[in-house]
Design a protein around this ligand. Structure first.
Ligand code: ATP
Length: 225
């Protein structure tokens, strides 16, 4: 089996995440996508909904799609979860399967800050997705990629749709251009705070969940000017 792993805060999950997952599933012929909402960090920021809510919203968003599943392996664990531990658990659970860790360009650039990155790159394949406002050429700054600027530029301009390469660890890394969906969780939270509509940005069930649980309503003191 080929399994996609899509981790994130999902604060909240929106159509950008869902379309991205569906695009990857189709283009890489994955058998299943597992959504893994992160847990509560030791120092929780004000606009981060509790892990229970983020898990529930993700569950509602993928309900009815048998190829999408939500796992609670990070969100209900006390303390900070590290992706390396999550991948090790999944390799044990899905023995014989190939894992494809899915993340946006912005998230891939953060990789040097992750725990045991080299080991992580030896355990799973990686799929790096285009995302509005980010360019593949930004990946030239990544210490984990050895790729020509011209190839990255061809992805940015749409000349090519995808680019695959073998990592030093022998795992595969796929750079994938997906249809842009300019929605972000940050924007959704800002809109809720300002009393603006979030309709058509995320599944209706998630929208109702946010409203009925009064999520993201608190003024964000940290970002207040
Ligand atoms: P925030 O706005 O709160 O920072 P986020 O969407 O960047 O939210 P996550 O929920 O952690 O943060 O994102 C999970 C993953 O989804 C990340 O790898 C991110 O790059 C990717 N992602 C998020 N939105 C999009 C999008 N519109 N298109 C493609 N990838 C996306």
């Amino acid at each position: 089996m080929k399994i996609g792993i899509f981790g994130g805060t999902f604060n909240p999950i929106h159509y950008g995440h869902l379309r991205a997952a569906e695009d990857v599933r189709e283009k890489l012929a994955l058998d299943q996508i597992l959504f893994i909402p992160s847990g509560n960090p030791p120092l929780k920021t004000e606009d981060l909904a509790d892990a229970v809510h983020r898990y529930e919203m993700t569950r509602l968003a993928v309900e009815g799609n048998s190829l999408f599943r939500v796992l609670d392996i990070e969100c209900f664990r006390p303390g900070k979860s590290f992706t390396i531990n999550t991948i090790e658990i999944l390799l044990e659970r899905y023995q014989g399967s190939e894992l494809y860790f899915i993340l946006g360009i912005d998230a891939f650039l953060e990789l040097p800050k992750w725990r045991q990155t080299e080991k992580l790159l030896s355990l799973a394949n990686f799929v790096v997705l285009s995302r509005p406002e980010y360019q593949f050429t930004e990946l030239l700054a990544s210490p984990y990629l050895d790729i020509k600027q011209t190839s990255l530029r061809s992805l940015d301009t749409g000349k090519i749709e995808s680019f695959s390469l073998k990592l030093r660890t022998e795992k595969e890394l796929v750079l994938l251009r997906i249809a842009p969906f300019g929605v972000s969780s940050t924007d959704i939270r800002r809109r809720v705070k300002s009393g603006l509509a979030i309709k058509y940005m995320l599944p209706e069930k998630v929208e109702f969940y946010i409203i009925s649980n009064k999520l993201y309503k608190q003024p964000d003191r940290k970002n207040k000017k």
